[in-house]
Every structure is written in C-alpha cells, then in structure tokens.
Design a protein around this ligand. Structure first.
Ligand SMILES: *Cc1c(COP(=O)(O)O)cnc(C)c1O
Length: 367
C-alpha cells in the first residue's frame, strides 16, 4: 500500500456473527448500523499526522474540554463503496472527496490531510469490512470520514492544534425503499443555512445544526424538506435539505438543465459536479446560474420548467413535486418522477454499479 503512514491494525475479537450481519444487510435502513471496524488518525501541530490505526468500532474517549464540544470545529465527508455486478468493490470519485475535505479544512482552520492517506484509510476500512457491503440493487456501504478538534482548552484566541480524523462505515439500503416519489419542499424565509463569507461551502456539522429548526418548520407545514434561499434577499434558490438543486427546462431532445452557481454559500456536491459532466454527454446542455422563487413558480406555471430534483450522494436524485411558502404554493410536473431526472439517475447508478461504461474514470476499484 502506497501510504504516507503505516496503519497499526487491531481486529475486533468480537466480530458480529455472520447470521446477525446478514440480518442487518437484508434491510440495512440508512445510517443506523455500523461495521466492525473504524479508522483513527491523530494530528498534532509540529508533528503532523501520526498514529494511524484500524481498530474495533467503538466509543471515542474525549476530554470534556475538547474544542469540538464547545466551538464545533469539525468537518465531514460522505461517499459510498459499491459491490458491482461482477463482484468487484469500488468507490466513486474518492479523490474528489479528499480534495473537498481539504477545502473544508482550510475554511475551518483545520489541518489538511494528504489525499492519498485519506483514500488509503477508506480502502483499508472497506477491505477489512468488505463482508458488510450489501449486494442488492441500490445498496452500498456508506463511508463517513470526519475530523474534529481534540485540543483541551476553552480559550479561543489560540487555534486548536490537535485533531482526530476518523472513518466509520454504515451499510445502507435504498434511500427510497418504497420507490422514488417526488418530495414536497418548504421555502424557508425565517431561517438561512449559510451566508456569503460564512461556512456554507464547507462540509461542517455547524451548517447542519443551523438547519434543523428550518427542517422542523418544513415538517410543521406538511413538507418533506426545506429549500434554502440566499441570506440577503431571501429570494434566490440555493439548496434543498442537504442536496444541490437542478432545474429541468423543456423536455425530450429540447431539455436543458440549470443549477444554482457556486457562490460561496452552496456546498459543491460531487453528485452535482457529476451531473454537470454527464448531462452534456447525454445531449442535455447545462448552465450554472441563478434562479429566484418567482422565476421558479412562473416557470412551472408556464410549463417551461418541467422537472426539478435535488442531488447528493445519499439519495442520488430526489425529485421535487410540490413547493410551498408562506405566500405561495405550486406543483412541478405530473407528480411522478420526470424522465430527465430518471435518465440521469440511471446513468449515474449504472456507472457506480458497473453496468454502464465509465468514460470519466470516476470509479475507483478496491482490491
Ligand atoms: C454533502 C452535501 C451535498 C451533496 O454533496 P455530494 O458530494 O453530492 O454528496 C449538498 N449540500 C450539502 C449542504 C451537503 O452537505
């Protein structure tokens, strides 16, 4: 292994019995079951990354004065390992996740991790716990790398200088086990997720903490998810829940896509980026731009906008069927997932599961 560090390996002496594991994999749900092992790597200023370990999955002892518990200095990533049709195990664009983690790290004043060390850590965990990768259609092993400040100090004038990087893995089923149904979304005017100059483009837990009240409000209004609008005018559409948004204009051979441009407040999704590359090759032009809620409503009412979907690693594509705000409400399309959304979804899944060619080199085999 061409790692920048050698991992010390401690296998669990209490592995999950095979029958119990098979029971979990038959219906893994989402993010509730975890494999037998995890990765930990420590960082100290002046010393760099050290103590790389593969160890049994379990609690992490922390000093109560650890900076993450007080000031939320943390970040995370999310990607999946797939069992392909021929039995081989792959991940999807792991170096893109490594690069994004380091962009998040720069914004959060945290240390960058060598990309190869990040990918080596994922590979080691997936290889060790490969029996945990479910094999049915749409299933995968969700990988969650994350990092947080362990420095023991309440003072904030000196930045944290000790960190822990961890990777855990969770077998996951279809995000929509009962089939893909368009979701309803609530236009949040009371809360914003992220502001220019803030941390919106960093994948950090604080953005999620700031979003829960808005999500709860969406549910109170009978909606599945919340649409985040820009922080200043509360008019320009940014994201939906924890997904990027894509608008489909027209249909058939005339279809084209618009997605909000990265403006510092949006999270640069790897699914979004993959759509931007995939769609033109399928003959669907894409544009990164700006769209207001008025334009969204008018576009749906005139029939110009035919489909809208959220996209992200977990759900891949989540069609939006209904939009609701305090002063307006409208439908999108027919109430069924649209053909362009489903075509893009099928294409991306085909690459991930190896049933379609991968001209982009996105699929990363794990041997
Ligand atoms: C992770 C995330 C996304 C989607 O990113 P992917 O790399 O496609 O999974 C979109 N928005 C937010 C806020 C996110 O945290």
């Amino acid at each position: 292994m061409s790692s920048t560090l050698d991992f010390e390996i401690t296998l669990t002496d209490q592995p999950t019995p095979a029958a119990e594991r098979e029971r979990v994999l038959a219906d893994p749900g989402w993010g509730v079951h975890f494999t037998d092992h995890m990765i930990t790597i420590r960082y100290a200023e002046g010393k760099g990354w050290y103590d790389a370990c593969l160890e049994p999955y379990g609690p992490i002892a922390m000093d109560p004065a650890s900076q993450v518990l007080h000031y939320s200095q943390e970040l995370f990533e999310g990607l999946k390992a797939y069992k392909q049709a021929d039995g081989s195990i792959v991940t999807f664009r792991p170096y893109a996740n490594a690069a994004r983690m380091n962009r998040s790290a720069r914004r959060m004043a945290m240390p960058e991790i060598p990309e190869q060390l990040f990918v080596d850590a994922l590979e080691l965990l997936v290889r060790t716990d490969r029996d945990w990768i479910p094999g049915k259609e749409g299933q995968s092993l969700y990988l969650r790398p994350f990092m947080f400040a362990t420095t023991r100090a309440l003072g904030v004038n000196r930045p944290a200088n000790e960190f822990l990087f961890v990777v855990i893995a969770s077998p996951s089923g279809l995000y929509y086990p009962r089939g893909i149904k368009p979701v309803s979304v609530w236009l949040s005017r009371d809360y914003v997720r992220a502001a220019p100059g803030g941390t919106g483009e960093a994948k950090t837990g604080g953005n999620y903490a700031a979003s829960f009240a808005g999500q709860a409000q969406a549910v109170e209004h009978g909606c599945d998810q919340v649409v985040w609008l820009d922080a200043i005018e509360h008019r320009w559409v940014e994201e939906v829940g924890s997904m990027n948004l894509v608008f489909v204009y027209g249909s058939g051979a005339g279809a084209r896509l618009l997605t909000p441009a990265l403006n510092g407040a949006l999270l640069a999704g790897i699914t979004r980026d993959s759509m931007l590359k995939l769609a033109p090759d399928l003959g669907i032009p894409v544009e990164e731009g700006k769209i207001s809620i008025e334009e969204w409503q008018a576009g749906c009412e005139s029939g110009e906008i035919t489909e809208v979907f959220g996209c992200g690693t977990a759900a891949i594509i989540s069609p939006v069927g209904h939009v609701k705000g305090s002063d307006r409400e409208w439908n999108i399309g027919t109430g069924e997932p649209g053909p362009i959304s489903m075509k893009l979804r099928e294409e991306l899944i085909g690459i991930q599961y190896g049933t379609k060619p991968d001209p982009y080199g996105w699929v990363h085999p794990i041997h």
